[in-house]
Each structure stands twice: as C-alpha cells, then as structure tokens.
Design a protein around this ligand. Sequence first.
Ligand SMILES: *Cc1c(COP(=O)(O)O)cnc(C)c1O
Length: 350
Amino acid sequence: MSQPRYYFPGDRRKADLDFANLGFDYTPCPYRFEAVFQHGVWRVRGLVEDTDMRIPEGSQCLHYGQELFEGMKVHSGPDGRVYAFRPLENARRLNQGARYLCGPEVPEELFVRGIEEVAAANLPYIPPHGSGAALYVRPFYLGIGHNVGVKPAKRYVFRIFVTPVGPYFKGGFGPDQGKDFMVSRLDRAAPQGSGYVKAGGNYACSFTPGQEAKDGGFVEALYLDPREHRYIEEIGAANFLGFRDGVLITPKSQSVLRSITRISLLEIASTSFGWSTEERKIALDELGELESAACCGTAAVISWISRIADADREWLFDFDERWQRLYDSLIDIQTGRGEDPYGWRHEIPV
Ligand SMILES: *Cc1c(COP(=O)(O)O)cnc(C)c1O
C-alpha cells in the first residue's frame, strides 16, 4: 500500500512510520504553532510549516540564554481520542520561568490552545494506542531582537513543535531495566539560582557532568545539593524518588525542577494506594537505608535505579514492584487505558 506523502491539518491517515520502534529522537512533523509578542501584545501566527526559524543575530536567547522550554506527551486512547497530560501545569511552570527571565507571560489559554492546535494538525504523527510511543510536545520561548547589551528582550517568540517518540531509555520499563547513575561533583544549579526554572542555560551546563557519567559507563549524572554537596538533588533531567521504611520520599530543594510527573506519582501513591509520601532532604549517606530508588520525568516516566556510584563507594538496588504499580497507574491515566480519577487528562479535539 502506498502511503500519503503529505498531510492536511487534521488528516486522519497515519504517517508512514514504524511507531513501535521509535527512539527518543526528532522526526520533523508538518506543522508547528507560533505566537509572537511585540508592543505588549501576543499575536497568534497559528500553524506554520517551516522547521527553521529566522531571528535577529543580536537576540537575547542566542547570547544570554533568555530561553525557556517545556516538555509533555500526547497519547492516543483506545477509542482514538487524543489526550494531553496536565498542560496547565506546564503553562504555569513556563510562566514562572518567564517572570524569572523578566519576559512576558504566555497566557495560559494561548498555551493550551496552541498545544491543541499543533497536536490536532499533526494527527498522522500521533502514535497509535498500544504502540508504546507518544507525541512529544515541546513548547519553547525565546527573547529576540536587535540587541547587544545584557538586558531582557522586548520581543518574544513562543513556538510549539511536536515529534513522535518512543521510550527515552532503550528497553523501556521492566524488571531487567535498572539504570546506573554516577554522583557528579559538578552542580547544575546554584543554591539560590535558577534550578527550578526550565531555562536553556541550565541544560547546556549539564552537558559536562552528563558526559563524564556516560564516559564512565553510566546513564546520567546524579547531582548533589549545590550548597553542602550532602543531599541528593536530581538525576540528569529527572527527579529522584526512593522508598524508605515504606514511605515514598523525594528531595525537597529549591534548586530542583518541579517535575509534573513526580507530583502526579506522589498523588497517585498517597490517594490511590494510601502510601505515605514525604518531600524532604535525602542525604547521600542515607542511600544505604533505602529499599529502592527511581527517577521520573515526562520523557522516561519512571526508571528504576540499579546502581549509584560515587568516587569510592556505591549503592545497589533491586527492582521494586511498587515502581511498576506507579508506572502502570500513570500510563493508564495518560493513555486513556484506565479511569482518570484526578481529571488530569486534557482531551484534544481532533
Ligand atoms: C523537565 C525536567 C524534569 C521532569 O519534569 P516533568 O514535568 O516531569 O517532565 C525533571 N528535572 C529537570 C531538571 C527537568 O528539566
């Protein structure tokens, strides 16, 4: 059967892709959504086709990192309905970043409508239910203009592109999929800095620690708190979770990014399963007391941790059924496979 080579917005035919075998890679889709801010107002450009952007060479996003991004997934339900997961939370987090970077907020309604439009327009690229893949949605925000001084921009671009993705870590989730992480001696964020903001600059600075971990045969770097280097902070671009004495614990720190996946998992744990949860400092020295450990985020959902290595010591962990239960519950909600008792699914009209 010959496949269509072009798509109209909202076309219902599926793209000619091997959805079940996608990695976490960029596949260009036909449409992206764009809005521009100038003279105090956001003007919606709507759906645009060009993958490339043309911006002034002096733009603040290029020189001073005045950039923010978000990440979320859109899934097809068993009945062909299409769902985003808690997009308002992403809008609020982006706007917290916009305030920190001294730029205008993106109206929540514009943010959510942009996601709806771009997802619906790229319907052929939304992986079918049960393929294990999802449509990754990447909203981002750029300060632009003819500028040279270190100061916030006057003009901004808000764009959302989408791309179909498979599991973040090859192999996905399962008892044989434990991951190894290396304690980094470098920091990703300052104690009173921008760690809680999803601003581009925080991530360029994580390349060296991430590379050191990979060179050592690990999946990613585990960061310690930047003030004392005693407490666990985050793992790569994922939040840390552990079980101690039956309590689901996660680090409390102002330099940790507020993961929407983590907040959702803690809610499922306490409300659906009746487990105790606690947000508190977790010392590296405490790792030996944990029953199991994991990290979480939109891309990986949950990955359980098999090993954490520091310069002269290491901690080993086993698979824990409780991670599987949390993983399944969240996926059930996100993919429309199960009930949505929390009202987290946002149906996209297609
Ligand atoms: C995006 C991100 C996460 C995960 O957040 P989610 O909202 O769950 O996707 C965790 N840590 C860092 C540093 C991140 O950038």
